[in-house]
Design a protein around this ligand. Structure first.
Ligand code: FAD
Length: 385
């Protein structure tokens, strides 16, 4: 499909090389299998993680410890190409790099960084991020998971987390818990006694992604397990801001894949003696999807450049997540209708992306919460409670 606005022409040569390398990886390693993985609800993480590590996309925006140390736009472009494959693939990379590696890199001790970051960058160790709980999703301030120092100086962690991407395949969990000093982050090796992570089944979205509950039953951790560099909810919220940046780029890829599929289909499917792409109603759907895609891409690129300039704010990230995920879901739904009956099978990518985007609309701040963030930005009045 033609890039009418020539947006990628404004990328640097290195950024275009990253685009092409990740796109080739997805075409080679993911697209031939993704329909089956989705149907069978599997994500072959142990195979893909080292390959993604070699590709250089795990923690690619972090410096040192075997990470690529690339700029934000490069990270965004990689997320876009990964999610053109599947939101589950991009979720894996986002959780690994932005939610598990980032807090260790930003707030961890030298020992925590040395122990985990090189292995995570290589894809030899998998991480997860535990914030959401069964009773506390949009409002994590009320979390019940708690850690107490016992007389020996160890931490004792108790509680439960829910909807945790990579939970049951992770080697290490970054877990946020209440302490006497407020919310703290803990680096928890998943083979610690008392830690269990059953997988959540029967999902109709992000099926090619592992989602789990985490349970902590008197999990004993050394004093050194706490992230020393941050206290309070700003710890997990700063990680989410990093990951949302990947989302607002990633969904552009999912939307592009849907529109490409709809354009292809509309020019070959004949009804009433002509291609359905020759009907004005179909062209209207395609044209508005093209507009939505271009606007989302421009938003992502602008926010990427602000991030590279060091001025990107969490509110701007909320704007991008809200706008781009809604646009992507709209494009996916229009594409699905253009494909008619074929739009509901896994022979085409559209319904898989459409169903995946329902999760993306909900996780890392629901569309309602990001709407309230923008409402507060405009009026100065917080309306969360
Ligand atoms: P709730 O907070 O109960 O919200 C339910 C509805 O009420 C939503 O529509 C919401 O917008 C609305 N609502 C809530 N409060 C308000 C309000 N003040 N005003 C208006 N409307 C409101 N979490 C992690 O910690 N780590 C992960 O790796 C992770 N991965 C995930 C993977 C998947 C596939 C999914 C589905 C979720 C994942 N999550 C993860 C959890 C996700 O972030 C939460 O689902 C999300 O924050 C919403 O929380 P909730 O599901 O409890 O919904």
């Amino acid at each position: 499909m033609d890039d009418l606005l020539r947006i990628d022409d404004t990328l640097s040569e290195e950024q275009r090389l990253i685009r092409d390398t990740v796109r080739d990886f997805v075409a080679d390693r993911v697209l031939p299998h993704i329909g089956d993985w989705f149907e069978e609800a599997v994500f072959p993480a142990r195979e893909l993680a080292p390959a993604l590590g070699s590709l250089g996309v795990l923690g690619m925006h972090l410096e040192g410890y075997g990470c690529a140390g690339l700029d934000a736009v490069s990270y965004g472009v990689a997320c876009r190409e990964l999610e053109a494959g599947d939101s589950g693939l991009r979720s894996f990379v986002s959780v690994q790099g932005s939610l598990a590696m980032f807090p260790i890199w930003k707030y961890g001790s030298a020992e925590q960084k040395d122990e985990w970051l090189p292995r995570m960058a290589a894809g030899d160790a998998i991480g997860c991020f535990g914030l959401t709980e069964p009773d506390h999703g949009s409002d994590p301030a009320g979390m019940r998971t708690h850690a107490k120092l016992d007389p020996s100086g160890d931490w004792i962690l108790n509680g439960a987390k829910m909807w945790i991407t990579n939970g049951s395949i992770a080697d290490v969990a970054v877990v946020w818990a209440q302490t006497e000093d407020g919310v703290r982050g803990f680096v928890v090796p998943t083979d610690t006694p008392g830690f269990t992570a059953p997988e959540i089944h029967k999902k109709m979205s992000l099926r090619a992604s592992v989602t789990s509950s985490l349970y902590f039953d008197d999990v004993r951790l050394p004093a050194s397990a706490v992230l020393p560099g941050v206290r309070g909810l700003k710890g997990p919220l700063s990680c989410l801001s990093e990951a949302r940046f990947g989302i607002l780029w990633g969904v552009v890829g999912a939307a592009r894949a849907c529109l490409e599929s709809a354009v292809d289909y509309s020019t070959s499917r004949i009804q009433f003696g002509r291609p359905i792409g020759g009907f004005q109603l179909t062209q209207e759907k395609l044209a508005w999807s093209y507009v939505g895609l271009g606007q989302s891409q421009l938003t992502a690129l602008h926010l990427g450049r602000l991030k590279d300039a060091g001025t990107l704010t969490p509110r701007q990230v909320s704007f991008g997540k809200l706008a781009n995920v809604r646009a992507a879901l709209d494009i996916a739904r229009q594409a699905r209708s253009i494909l008619g009956g074929n739009g509901i099978t896994l022979e085409y990518p559209v319904i898989r992306h459409m169903n995946n985007l329902e999760s993306v609309l909900t996780y890392e701040g629901t569309q309602e919460i990001h709407t309230l963030v923008l409402g507060e930005a405009l009026t100065g009045i917080p309306a969360y409670r």
